[in-house]
Design a protein around this ligand. Structure first.
Ligand code: PEP
Ligand code: MN
Length: 339
């Protein structure tokens, strides 16, 4: 860390900063310039809080020089991490598409969905049993019963399941139903207690980006999970809030190469919650794969007009088939593959 002292800082103030640094077990290297003094803190600077140092008299600015995140940072782990979900790899050469309805509704809807997922050549299935809804008066998900329906329908087609966890109290139930990937939704990205809990289990996690989260906040959220011991984390860009109201969110395509640079973990994109309309899904999916995403999370419903949740953004089974064809072509051009 670098601590820049104010140009009127006294010798006493400089000494007190040095003392703080040394108390934390770091070494202080003092550079006295003609204008001002700059102090370098050498050692594991993560134990130093820049805000605390900036509150000391005579300090103008304190700046970290290494990243505040560690386990998830590419700086510490150069190679891409490939996550194995029941034999389906994500983060390597292969691009994985995950598809299914927004929410688990009925056994029949789940059976049709699983068949459509399988028929399109998609290898992983999504579906929310516990739904984070803006209004408490709308459908809240089918809950544990939904998990049961989901597991049954997916097992019939041999598909691993991805579903959202909103409450750590449901974690044991998720284990009981052998949820293959735990999804942490945009509204929970900074629920640090929930992140700590999923950090303790040995199940891959999809961490969606908070709707107004910066890249750094998102990486720090992943670090919470990783710090608990669970390093199988997949980032999912799902659109961010901006001033634009034409579409539900703005797909931040820029986040894809930025995250690929900052972390060794896989990065996927949810084109459905980004655009919020079924007709935008194909275009946003193509953009995401072309920009380097390792996969997609796409909402598909056997009968979109009758979906209980997010009906206008669900594509139908036929659209999923044609989307897969297009994506295979793009994957090939960029030296990747969709099996
Ligand atoms: C979802 O994928 O079902 C969902 C609720 O998405 P998000 O958390 O991105 O809004
Ligand atoms: Mn949805």
């Amino acid at each position: 860390m670098i601590i820049v002292m104010s140009n009127v800082a006294t010798e006493e103030q400089i000494e007190s900063v040095i003392k703080r640094i040394e108390e934390k077990g770091l070494e202080a290297s003092v550079s006295r310039g003609t204008e001002r003094t700059v102090i370098g803190a050498i050692g594991d600077e993560r134990s130093l809080d820049p805000e605390l140092l900036e509150s000391l008299p005579g300090v103008e600015q304190a700046l970290h020089i290494v990243k505040p995140y560690k386990i998830v940072a590419r700086e510490w782990h150069k190679e891409d991490t490939v996550i194995d979900i029941q034999g389906n790899l994500i983060g390597g050469k292969q691009i994985q598409i995950i598809s299914g309805p927004c929410s688990v509704e009925t056994p029949d809807q789940m059976e049709k969905s699983a068949k459509a997922v399988k028929a399109a050549g998609v290898r992983l299935m999504r579906g929310g049993a516990f739904k984070p809804r803006t209004s408490p008066y709308t459908f809240q998900g089918t809950g544990v019963e939904g998990l049961e329906m989901f597991r049954k329908a997916a097992d019939k087609e041999g598909l691993p399941i991805v579903t959202e966890l909103m409450d750590a109290r449901q974690l044991d139930t998720f284990m009981k139903y052998k949820v293959d990937v735990i999804q942490i939704g945009t509204r929970s990205m900074q629920n640090f207690e929930l992140l700590k809990e999923v950090g303790k289990v040995n199940v891959p996690v999809i961490l969606k980006r908070g709707m107004s989260a910066t890249i750094s906040e998102w990486l720090m959220a992943a670090e919470y999970i990783a710090a608990g011991g669970n390093h199988n984390i997949i980032f999912c860009e799902r659109g961010i809030r901006t001033f634009e109201t034409y579409y539900r969110n703005v797909l931040d395509v820029t986040a894809i190469p930025v995250l690929k640079k900052e972390t060794h973990l896989p990065v996927i994109v949810d084109p459905s919650h980004a655009g919020g309309k079924a007709w935008m899904v194909a275009a946003l999916s193509r953009a995401a794969i072309a920009a380097g995403a390792d996969g997609l999370l796409v909402e598909m419903h056997p009968n979109p007009c009758e979906a209980w949740c997010d009906a206008d953004q669900a594509i139908n089974p036929q659209e999923l088939i044609s989307l897969m064809g297009e994506l295979r072509g793009i994957a090939k051009v960029i030296g990747r593959e969709i099996l």
